[in-house]
Design a protein. Structure first.
Length: 364
């Protein structure tokens, strides 16, 4: 921990309180962006004679060495409290049953207070799932090194570590950590220190191709695009009256998820998240270039409902993905990735202005 001296230690109870606030706000308030993720602009080509047997369609994908029955993850959300433990357990049990992936929320609280490690540890209920650990880039910029990363990985038996990028959230918090100056350098040295795959994960602001290129040394990207949970909205509710106006202004800031997928296509592994709500969204995300999809807010809401709600929701999404694949005549996800996709409206306008030849997607 060579730079530990420059790390501004946070009181672990403050970190825990913040995570608890996030969960409560997300469950009680409207926190989604008013701008959608862009999937309404995306059309797949309907095949009246699909020439596939629905029962033979495979949604299987291998990601970071783990095979999932469908390209779907419950995104990292929580940890650090007893309630978080119970939510993580529910999500992990369902992901194990459906053979999906799952992330835990920021593990900062357990780095600050090791006694909280139990709340992130789900391997007993989910020995086989693709499990993604989570720490924030601001913490690494302020002094975390491979030591904390290793601790986050080994304590929970993670297969991958996601480093979350949340400049928007930090900027609209009155006390946010806004020095991102050495961000790429810090990620580069972390990558050298750690053997487990590392991905960079946005949290609602989306990702552009310039960032994707600068981070191409990582093992993957999660675009965390605009169109789902808005962390500016979450912070709006946490802020005092006088700080709310700024968070309100940035409620809809960012690169929509559909745009972000196209911009980041070519990453070693590409996860689409931010407003993924149906299996049709998943099919479109994969046709645009994603390897896997993730969802957070609906999974949280389902996990606090009665037993079985989360499993029903995820099962429904996988069925919808399968139907979309059937209607496009695609037997596998590789085939879906090559299927024609028409990009219209604002998404087309945006991508055209960025120099993307959208017609190539429609004519492949
Ligand atoms: C309650 C809640 C807590 C979250 N906490 C984290 C976190 O600790 N680390 C992280 O990388 N992302 C976190 N996220 C962001 C999600 O992982 C995801 O990127 C984002 O919410 C977009 O997905 P969605 O539109 O399906 O909610 C959180 C999201 C929610 C709803």
């Amino acid at each position: 921990m060579e730079q530990q001296g420059s790390y501004r230690a946070d009181d672990s109870s403050v970190t825990e309180k913040r995570k608890e606030d996030h969960i409560n706000i997300c469950l009680q308030q409207h926190v989604e962006s008013q701008i959608g993720p862009g999937f309404d602009d995306i059309f797949l080509i309907h095949q009246s004679v699909p020439e596939v047997d629905f029962s033979q369609i495979s949604t299987e994908v291998t990601l970071f060495g783990k095979t999932l029955d469908a390209p779907l993850l419950v995104e990292g959300m929580t940890g650090g409290t007893a309630r978080a433990k119970s939510l993580n357990e529910t999500m992990a049990t369902v992901c194990q049953r459906l053979k999906l992936g799952m992330g835990v929320g920021s593990q900062r609280a357990m780095i600050e207070d090791h006694a909280l490690s139990y709340s992130y540890s789900v391997r007993e209920s989910a020995p086989d799932i693709l499990l993604i650990g989570n720490l924030g880039l601001p913490q690494f910029i302020m002094g975390y090194t491979g030591v904390e990363a290793e601790q986050a990985i080994t304590t929970i038996g993670a297969d991958v570590l996601a480093i979350h990028l949340n400049p928007l959230q930090e900027a609209v918090q009155p006390e946010g950590d806004c020095n991102f100056e050495s961000g790429v350098k810090v990620l580069r040295s972390l990558k050298k220190e750690i053997d487990v795959p590392i991905i960079a994960k946005e949290t609602g602001g989306g990702m552009c191709r310039e960032v994707a290129k600068r981070l191409s040394f990582l093992d993957g990207l999660d675009v965390g695009g605009l169109g789902g949970t808005s962390f500016s909205a979450v912070e709006y509710y946490r802020n005092t009256e006088e700080d709310r106006e700024i968070a309100a202004q940035f409620w809809n800031w960012g690169m929509p998820t559909a745009v972000s997928i196209v911009e980041c296509a070519g990453a070693r592994a590409l996860i689409a998240s931010g407003g993924i709500r149906t299996g049709i969204d998943m099919a479109k995300a994969i046709a645009l270039g994603a390897d896997c999809c993730g969802l957070a807010l609906p999974a949280l809401k389902a996990a606090v409902e009665k037993e079985g709600t989360l499993e029903e929701m995820l099962t429904r999404m996988i069925k919808e993905l399968k139907i979309a694949m059937f209607l496009c005549g695609c037997k596998t996800l590789d085939h879906l990735k090559r299927t024609p996709v028409v990009i219209t409206g604002k998404t087309r306008e945006f991508l055209k202005e960025r120099g993307v030849k959208t017609e190539l997607y429609a004519q492949r």
